[in-house]
Design a protein around this ligand. Structure first.
Ligand code: ASP
Length: 330
């Protein structure tokens, strides 16, 4: 039997009702007791890494998850992380950059309802996460949720209440479960050797443009952040034209060696600054990056990973543009 390590981190899946609202309070061991049939799937050890609503998760927690996997990598055939759904896509993307070329699977799962609830999705999701973790060929970082197996760099939470909370954005799902039967669509390959990265730079800001926004905000942010993601409209562009204040501020960011990424507020199909005049004025600036079809979670966490490598701006841009785990299509 394969040996899997469960790393429990909290979330709704492990929550109990309190007079102040739902709060994680169910231990890793207890979670497993709710799904006794898992013991026929694999041998399991469990670690309670922390017990948080995932709203409270920070880049330091991603590094803790990475360290736990790194320190136990040789002892186990795979890893299941139980996690809150709200920031699960961030954690999955961050782990995809912190742990690269892993021939062993790292599977995140959670639920929209506590495992205590009679009508919960938690038991099925947890069971499927282990089933996927022991399946032949499973590798790299994935989210398993509501029958879907989604690449860590492609997952987004798209519903706040329903069980089908996660989608694979602009990329096929790796696999699906039909009645506990795994049907694989993609042959995701990671042949190793696994590579762990130990640092992230959290100084990344996401600025969502709204019509009429001035440039002051960009100026104010420059001293505090090392990269900015400017979420524009449609395929992307910058308001104000060639002589506009926003463009001048973007140029100032670049001159100070900061990274600037243009992305879109639109969920599907990504950015393309080459289409419109308003996009080309931004695209022509040397060193500007484009998110294209990357998810916002992948953009942010990839920037944190790239910045932490201590590269100059040109090398950092090359690293950002290099696809990792199918995060960006060339
Ligand atoms: N607030 C919860 C969390 O992210 C939501 C959930 O797990 O579904 O921890």
């Amino acid at each position: 039997m394969k040996k899997i390590l469960l790393i429990a981190t909290g979330g709704t899946i492990a929550s109990k009702k309190t007079e102040n609202g739902l709060r994680p309070a169910i231990s890793a061991e207890e979670l497993l007791r709710f799904v006794p049939e898992i013991k026929y799937v694999c041998d399991i050890d469990a670690i309670q890494l922390f017990d948080l609503d995932s709203t409270n998760i920070t880049p330091d927690h991603w590094l803790m998850m990475k360290d736990t996997i790194k320190n136990n990598y040789e002892k186990y055939d795979g890893f299941v992380i139980s996690h809150g759904t709200d920031t699960m896509a961030y954690s999955a993307a961050a782990l995809s950059y912190l742990i690269q070329h892993s021939p062993k699977p790292i599977v995140l799962t959670g639920s929209q309802k506590s495992i205590y609830n009679r009508d919960t999705d938690a038991r099925k999701n947890l069971y499927h996460a282990f089933q996927y973790a022991v399946s032949d060929g499973a590798c790299g970082v994935h989210i398993v949720f509501n029958n879907h197996v989604i690449l860590g760099t492609r997952a987004r939470k798209v519903r706040s209440k329903s069980f089908n909370a996660f989608s694979s954005i602009d990329y096929p799902e790796t696999a699906v479960f039909r009645d506990d039967h795994l049907i694989r669509y993609l042959n995701v390959k990671e042949n190793g050797p696994v590579r762990f990265y130990d640092k992230l730079d959290p100084h990344v800001f996401v600025l969502r443009l709204v019509p009429g926004m001035g440039a002051d905000v960009l100026k104010a942010l420059r001293s505090q952040f090392h990269a900015i993601v400017i979420e524009g409209f449609g395929v992307g562009g910058l308001p104000g034209g060639k002589d506009g204040e926003l463009l001048k501020e973007v140029m100032a960011w670049l001159e100070h060696g900061r990274l600037v990424v243009f992305s879109t507020q639109v969920q599907h199909e990504g950015s393309d600054l080459s289409v419109y005049e308003v996009g080309r004025i931004a695209r022509e600036l040397p060193g500007v990056l484009e998110a294209r079809d990357m998810t916002p979670e992948a953009v942010v966490t990839k920037l944190m990973w790239v910045l932490a490598q201590g590269k100059d701006a040109e090398d950092a841009c090359d690293w950002f543009r290099t696809p990792i785990m199918h995060d960006i299509l060339q």
